[in-house]
Design a protein around this ligand. Structure first.
Ligand code: SAM
Length: 271
């Protein structure tokens, strides 16, 4: 058996109680198709297969792919499709079509943490292919995903993901459940794909830009952030029209408030 490659985020789940809990919480059913990112040596894959699920799994490390193929010889190509590819670069729609896998399907994965944000971004881009997404991620990141305004964990990632997913932290997983033991604790999260954003957004690009600017100038008043990025505007009017005081800091605003502000600022930029 080869040595885990820490560069590829190779820490493997060893605790059977946790693996069992993961498949129970993910509500894995017999005959359903599941997408797994980074099956590694197949710790989670095994539990998903035992529940009767069918799997398409993306693994970047050729050595682990051949270990998996040896281990699951009989199931390969039938109930288990192992794709040796960088998940971030994969054309998921095409792959599902190629193997006749119906979408939307569930994602259940213990992901490589070094690419957590790019994975989340890809899941957003391909969200129409998924029904529910269950991930083991770093505990600190999980807290950011569900943070409330005006807390240190609240950030642009919280707001961005809230547009597309309804997120819940299901349980924590201590680092001692993995081998090699990583430096950080983990959490298991559920992300239900929203049919439409929780609020109506008039210009998603402009909203995203405003959020990014506001968190870039953390601790700065909104008025300072706006002045810095858009020049001098009629701040009094923006305040009264949006109902948001520009003496507030960006990190205290909810998604809804950001949208109100974005709409108003955009109107003023047009004038
Ligand atoms: N699921 C296994 C488990 O729970 O024991 C392994 C999880 S390990 C945290 C992450 C796995 O993702 C590793 O096997 C690693 O080789 C693989 N990996 C890393 N980067 C990847 C990428 N870009 N695409 C697909 N797999 C990747």
């Amino acid at each position: 058996m080869k040595k885990p490659r820490s560069k590829l985020g190779q820490v493997f789940l060893k605790d059977k109680n946790i693996l069992d809990k993961i498949v129970r919480y993910a509500g894995v059913r017999e005959g359903e198709w599941i997408l797994e990112i980074g099956p590694g040596r197949g710790a989670l894959t095994e539990f998903l297969l035992m529940r009767g699920a069918n799997l398409i799994a993306f693994e970047i490390d050729p050595k682990l792919v051949s270990e998996l193929k040896k281990r699951y010889g009989l199931l390969i190509g039938d109930r288990l499709i192992v794709v040796e590819e960088d998940f971030l670069k994969a054309d998921l729609k095409e792959k599902l079509k190629e193997h006749g896998i119906p979408a939307p399907l569930k994602v259940v994965s213990n992901i490589p943490y070094y690419i957590t944000t790019p994975i989340l971004e890809k899941l957003i881009r391909d969200r129409e292919l998924f029904s529910e997404i269950y991930l083991t991620i770093q505990k600190e990141v999980a807290r950011r995903l569900v943070a409330s305004p005006d807390t240190s964990e609240y950030g642009s990632l919280t707001l961005y993901l809230a547009m597309f997913f309804d997120i819940e932290v299901l349980f924590n997983i201590p680092k001692t459940c993995f081998r090699p033991i990583p430096k950080v604790d983990s959490a298991f999260v559920k992300m239900r794909v929203r049919e439409k954003p929780p609020i109506e957004v008039s210009d998603p690009k402009f909203l995203e830009k405003l959020i990014r600017f506001s968190f870039g100038g953390r601790r700065k008043k909104l008025k300072t952030v706006l002045k810095h990025n858009f020049g001098k505007l009629e701040f009094d009017k923006i305040e009264s029209e949006s109902g948001i005081s520009l003496d507030r800091r960006g990190e205290t605003l909810s998604l809804e408030e950001f949208e109100k502000l974005a709409r108003t600022v955009k109107d003023h930029l047009k004038k």
